[in-house]
Design a protein around this ligand. Sequence first.
Ligand code: GLA
Length: 377
Amino acid sequence: MSVAEEFSRLYGYEPEGVWEAPGRVNLIGEHTDYNDGFVMPFALPHTAVAAFGRRTDTAVRAHSADLPGEAVVVSDPAPGASAGWADYVAGVVWALRDAGHAVGGVDVHLSSTVPTGAGLSSSAALEVVVALALNDLFSLGLERQQLARLCQRAENVYVGAPTGIMDQTASACCTAGHALFLDTRDLSRRQVPFDLASLGLRLLVVDTQVEHAHSEGEYGKRRAGCEAGAAELGVTALRDVPVAELPAALDRLSSDEVRALVRHVVTENDRVERVIALLDAGDVRAIGPLLVEGHASLRDDFRVSCRELDLVVETAVAAGALGARMTGGGFGGSAIVLVEDTLADQVTKAVTEAFAAAALTEPRVFTAVASAGARRI
Ligand code: GLA
């Protein structure tokens, strides 16, 4: 049954429309978005799909095909009143209203193919599909980047996860066949052609099946550490430290812990710029070593990797991949692997076997094709 048909069955009337928003992987630029830095995500073909109908009151009724059961009803969305997964829906309604937009109540039925807890932005997909639908249904006239910002606010304030702007922007603004180069300071963006298939290349996503969780506190600690580093250096954000000035900046910091965080962020911003230059020059294969370098930095300096992610990267590279790195917030979730088409099966097999040999849960591997951002369907 389609999402629209299921909506009609659940709520007893036809939905007014159906919207869709994707999850993402990040090619490079990790833990840079809350440091005013650069990121380069692209949208996955996996999406959250939602049917909507307007209500005559202000309540939000939400139902998910992935969690069958009673609809969750939030009569007056406000931060602090947790309704579990429906927070991502009610949170966006709240964020729009709080910003002064006239948004009434809605009935929602949703279904998502974005794996949850896999670092692939299933929550951003949910937020963005809701924001886009509300923008259309209530004729708000907001730009996609504004919607992404309001979704981030829902995540930060309503859900309580101190994340940056990357995931929501990726879901709202990506286009098929492109990676999105986003400057998170001024939110300027550029669509960079990223058609691997035509080059005989493939990007594998390896979901380690290790659940990650940002709200657990580690993400917030890294963020606070970066802010402390920026304060010590007297800059607005770590984005303001050029890579050429890194050694001098490190000398001025008082703790090894902050030094390592700063080193990651500054070198990672530089890696994004180097990846962009290579993509612009059509030298896609040459980004491989930068992915591996980025992973080492996240593992050793930022300390957000884990045994399973490291195993994917080590095994994939040893089996012939051009490069690999963890993607997203870390502490579990997924890694990406850039590989020649002809070697994809061999690399997948090597990773799967390495997990079996280490008595780890079998990872889920799929090919990621740069797909479209959020849309009405
Ligand atoms: C999560 C957050 C993003 C970003 C990444 C790390 O996905 O939601 O804002 O900080 O982690 O790059």
